[in-house]
Design a protein around this ligand. Structure first.
Ligand code: DWN
Ligand code: SAH
Length: 427
C-alpha cells in the first residue's frame, strides 16, 4: 500500500523523470494532512490537446486529504501554476447565461452596498473574461482585475475592464496598493480555491484592504461535494475545498474574521464567504448557523470521508458498467460539456473514445482538440445538434437546467441523458 504521509510521485516530462514530493503538511497551518481519496495519475484538466501534438502529457497524482488540526480539505500534491494558467487557458466564464446573470447581479449588489463612498475601488482576483467586472466598468466605478491567463484577460479588456495580467499574491497586492490605494472590496469567484499559496494571498489582502473593507470569495462548498458525491469538483485547479470551519480558522491567522456565509446554488453548490478585519463588522447569524450545520453533519470526520470515497468508487463502477453495456449494444453515446471537471471522471473511470464518440462544447479553444488524458475529440455544438445520439453523458451537470432547456431535442428525438452525480441515472 502507498505510504500516504510520505508519498513521492514520479512525474514524466518530455523524456526526463522528475521526482516530486507530495504535500504532507497543511498549506494553512503546517499540521499533518491525512489522505482519504486517491484518483490516481491525472492530466491537467484544461490541457485540451492538439491531435497532432507529439509531446508527452503531464500527469500528477490527484489525491485529497484533510488537515488534522484546522480541517482544511486540500490536494496532496500541487501542480506548478504556470502549467495551468497561461496565455491559452481555455475556460470562458461567460459561456453560461445563468452565470452571467449570477455575476451581474452580484456586481450590482456591490455597487449598491459596498461601493458607495467618494471614489470606491474594487479588485477582483481571477476576473477571467470580465463576467463580473464588466458591469462595474459600465457603471464607471474604479476597479482592477488581476488575471494571469492572458487570453481570457484580453477578453475582459475588450469589455472595458481594467486588467493586470498577473498572479495575485503579496507582491502583486503591494504594487496595486502603491498604484491605486486601498480597496473597498476584494473579490474572488472560483479562484481562491485554485491558489495553494493562499497565505501570500491573505497577506496581500491584509495590505490592500481598506479598514472597513471586505474580502468576499465564493467556491465549491465541501458540504455539497460530500452530499452530492460530486467528486469531479476535484481536479488540479481546485486545490482547496472550503468549509465555514476551515475558512474561519484560516481567516483568524491573518487578522481577518468570517462575518457572513451565503450558500449559492451555482456550479453544483457553492458558499460565498465574507471576511472583514477582526472586530470591524458584526458577525452575522449565517456564520453561527453554518458552523452548527457543519458540526452536525460531521463534514470532515473519518467516517464521512471514507463514506465519500466508497460512494465515489461505486459511481465509477456503475458508470463504467453502463457505458460498456451501451457500447456492446452498439448505441451512439456522446458527451456534453468538455469541462475541467470531466478530466477527473473520464480518467478515473478509464472512459475513452471507445465509449464516448465525442464531446460537444461551445468553447472555440476546446473544439478540434482532444480531452486531456482520455483523448476524446471535442466538437462544436453544431455537430451535436445535427446528430441524433442515443445517449448523452452530461459532463457539465452543474449547468443541467440551462443545457437541458437549450437541448430539448435530445429527448424529443428519443435520446436520453446520463448523469453521474449524485448517482448514475439515465433519463
Ligand atoms: O473553477 C473553475 C470553474 C468555474 O470553471 C475552473 N477551474 C474551470 C472551469 O471548470 P469547468 O470547466 O468544469 O466549468 P463549467 O462551467 O462546468 O464548464 C462548462 C463547459 O460546458 C464549458 O466548456 C462550456 C460548455 N457549455 C456548453 O457547451 N454549452 C456550457 C453551457 C452552459 C452550454 O450550454
Ligand atoms: N472568476 C471566474 C473564473 C474562474 S476560473 C469564474 O468564477 O467563472 C479561475 C481563474 O483564476 C482563471 O481565470 C485563472 O487564470 C485565475 N487565477 C489562477 N490563479 C490566480 C491568482 N493567483 N491570482 C488571480 N487569478 C488567478
Amino acid at each position: 500500500m502507498r505510504d500516504t504521509f510520505l508519498s513521492h510521485v514520479r512525474v514524466f516530462e518530455k523524456g526526463t523523470i522528475t521526482v516530486m514530493e507530495s504535500t504532507t503538511t497543511c498549506r494553512i497551518c503546517s499540521s499533518r494532512v491525512r489522505e482519504f481519496v486517491d484518483f490516481g495519475e491525472q492530466p491537467l484538466s484544461d490541457a485540451f490537446r492538439d491531435p497532432a501534438a507529439t509531446d508527452e502529457e503531464y500527469f500528477f497524482r490527484l489525491a485529497v486529504g484533510v488537515c488534522e488540526e484546522c480541517t482544511m480539505v486540500q490536494l496532496m500534491e500541487e501542480v506548478p501554476r504556470e502549467r495551468m494558467f497561461h496565455e491559452d487557458y481555455p475556460y470562458l466564464s461567460s459561456g453560461s447565461s445563468v452565470m452571467r446573470a449570477h455575476f451581474s447581479g452580484l456586481a450590482r449588489r456591490f455597487l449598491d452596498t459596498e461601493l458607495t463612498g467618494d471614489d470606491p475601488f474594487i479588485v477582483e482576483l481571477g476576473c477571467n473574461d470580465g463576467i463580473m467586472l464588466g458591469t462595474v466598468a459600465e457603471a464607471g466605478v474604479r476597479h482592477l482585475g488581476v488575471e494571469p491567463s492572458g487570453g481570457v484577460a484580453d477578453r475582459a479588456a475588450a469589455k472595458g475592464v481594467r486588467v493586470r495580467k498577473d498572479f495575485f499574491e503579496a507582491g502583486t497586492a503591494a504594487s496595486v496598493l502603491a498604484e491605486d490605494g486601498r480597496a473597498d472590496v476584494i473579490y474572488a469567484a472560483n479562484t481562491l480555491c485554485h491558489i495553494p499559496y493562499i497565505g501570500s494571498v491573505l497577506e496581500g489582502v491584509d495590505a490592500l484592504l481598506a479598514e472597513n473593507g471586505v474580502f468576499v470569495f465564493e467556491d465549491p462548498y465541501w458540504a455539497e461535494i460530500v452530499r452530492r458525491n460530486s467528486f469531479d469538483q476535484i481536479y488540479d485547479e481546485h486545490f482547496y475545498f472550503f468549509t465555514a470551519h476551515s475558512v474561519q480558522a484560516m481567516a483568524s491567522r491573518y487578522g481577518l474574521e468570517l462575518v457572513d456565509v451565503e450558500l449559492l446554488p451555482v456550479h453544483g453548490g457553492e458558499a460565498r464567504y465574507t471576511l472583514a478585519r477582526a472586530g470591524s463588522r458584526p458577525v452575522g447569524a449565517s456564520v453561527t448557523r453554518t458552523l452548527r450545520a457543519e458540526q452536525e453533519s460531521r463534514l470532515t470526520d473519518e467516517a464521512t470521508l471514507t463514506g465519500f470515497a466508497t460512494r465515489v468508487r461505486a459511481i465509477r463502477d456503475d458508470l463504467l458498467e453502463l457505458l460498456q453495456g451501451l457500447a456492446k449494444e452498439g448505441r451512439k453515446v456522446v458527451g456534453y460539456g468538455a469541462t475541467a471537471k470531466s478530466a477527473t471522471v473520464l480518467n478515473y473511470c478509464g472512459i475513452g473514445p471507445d465509449l464516448i464518440e465525442y464531446i460537444a462544447d461551445t468553447t472555440p479553444a476546446k473544439q478540434g482538440r482532444l480531452t486531456p488524458g482520455s483523448h476524446i475529440p471535442v466538437v462544436p455544438h453544431e455537430r451535436f445538434a445535427a446528430d441524433r445520439p442515443d445517449h448523452v453523458l452530461l459532463l457539465a451537470w452543474n449547468h443541467a437546467e440551462e443545457i437541458m432547456a437549450n437541448e430539448r431535442g435530445v429527448r424529443e428525438s428519443g435520446g436520453a441523458w446520463i448523469q453521474y452525480v449524485p448517482r448514475v441515472e439515465v433519463g
